[in-house]
Design a protein around this ligand. Structure first.
Ligand code: P1T
Length: 383
């Protein structure tokens, strides 16, 4: 099956009991047993639910992986991965990452004895930071918020030489544009809140993995910790996934038009979009992705919080909000929003400065979006 056919059919056979072509919402907490522990494969909805099972089968198929597990948020999925480590274990992460992931590392798992080292994202820097205790490389690609591209096969080759596993957060690309397991990664993380759900109406997370032993540990933790998505959210995700291909194509088409517009705008000093030929990661993105996605970041001339607010207040279609990947365009101010929990010094060191703005390009008519951003950028400093 090809990708788009999988989005509509993988894990989603018509219901055996009724013929319903859409997977039903199995809104039940528990299941009748015929005898003690004799049942139809489901005992209790924290450990398994048919709507969730359909979603997990579909996600595994989309990422070309063997197993998928879903969680009540992207961070809950990440929490399960880190819970497979033990005190003293070491993780090397690319420093440009979602602020909440950084907070999970530094404020939740560091106190439990895990060690973290942050590197630039260049392949060689991972190799230099390896220690005997290193168990994981953790990367986003494209990164949040600077849209850097990390060489997944290069990093995976170094990891495997040293018996280390590679986790790729594929939230920004979505499986439509990039399938990290095929590039050598060992585990894929998603905040399904974003492109997978696609409509800004749920919070969810997922893991996709090939290694059966690691899967068994993660499945144990999914049930033992219990941060599972409810049946209705699983159904919403399945519904969202059915249009993933058409949405991603439109996100990308719109993003390229807007990035090109921003690149020539006098009030913009820098545009970060891997689809622009001028972007330093353009060739690497072309090598490992089939498209460049719908996320753009840019820097405002003399940009600070006041200037950013003046711009945001003038916008009529694009909303100032956390999150990304929905059908509607959202704009955000990373230094005080998505990356507020990263210390200012660390933010400045990686380039998440006060002039940085991030745009999640929706699938509206692109002319309307360009007109909105254009009139917004015409703000006056005195507003
Ligand atoms: O919000 P949650 O579903 O828990 O997902 C966390 C997460 C994980 N990985 C990446 C790359 C992310 O971007 C996120 C969440 N990000 C935002 C809310 C944001 O606006 O960037």
């Amino acid at each position: 099956m090809k990708f788009t056919t999988k989005t509509i059919h993988a894990g989603q056979k018509p219901d055996k009991a009724t013929g319903a072509v859409t997977v039903p919402i199995y809104q039940t907490s528990t299941y009748k047993q015929d005898e003690i522990n004799v049942h139809k494969g489901f005992e209790y909805s924290r450990s398994g639910n048919p709507t969730r099972q359909a979603l997990e089968e579909c996600l595994a198929a989309l990422e070309n992986g063997r197993f998928a597990l879903t969680f009540s948020s992207g961070l809950a999925a990440e929490h399960a991965v880190l819970s497979t480590l033990k005190p003293g274990d070491h993780v090397i992460a690319a420093e440009d990452m979602y602020g909440g992931t950084y907070r999970l590392f530094e404020q939740v798992f560091k106190p439990y004895g895990l060690q973290f080292t942050y590197v630039s994202g260049n392949t060689g820097d991972f190799e230099k930071a390896v220690k005997p205790e290193t168990k994981l490389f953790w990367i986003e690609s494209p990164t949040n918020p600077l849209l850097r591209i990390i060489d997944i096969s290069g990093v995976s080759a170094i990891a495997h030489k040293n018996n280390i596993k590679v986790v790729v957060d594929n939230t920004f690309a979505s499986p439509f544009f990039q399938q990290p397991l095929l590039l050598g990664a060992d585990l894929v993380v998603h905040s399904t809140t974003k492109y997978i759900g696609g409509h800004s109406d749920l919070i969810g997370g997922a893991l996709i993995v090939n290694d059966e032993e690691w899967y068994a540990k993660l499945k144990f933790l999914q049930n033992a910790i219990g941060a599972v998505p409810c049946a209705f959210d699983c159904w919403l995700m399945l519904r969202g996934i059915k249009t993933l291909s058409v949405r991603m194509k439109q996100h990308e088409e719109n993003a390229l038009r807007i990035a090109t517009f921003l690149e020539s705008h006098q009030r913009i000093t820098q545009v970060y979009y891997p689809g622009l030929p001028s972007n330093p990661f353009h060739n690497l993105a072309k090598k490992q992705m089939t498209g460049f996605g719908g996320m753009i970041s840019f820097k405002l001339l003399q940009g600070d919080e006041k200037a950013a607010n003046s711009f945001f207040k003038k916008l009529k279609i694009v909303s100032l909000a956390e999150s990304l990947g929905g059908v509607e365009s959202l704009i955000c101010y990373p230094s005080a929003m998505t990356h507020a929990s990263m210390p200012e010094e660390q933010r400045n060191a990686i380039g998440v400065t006060k002039d940085l703005i991030r745009l999640s390009v929706g699938i509206e008519d692109v002319e309307d979006l360009i007109e909105d951003v254009s009139q917004g950028l015409n703000y006056s400093r005195t507003i």
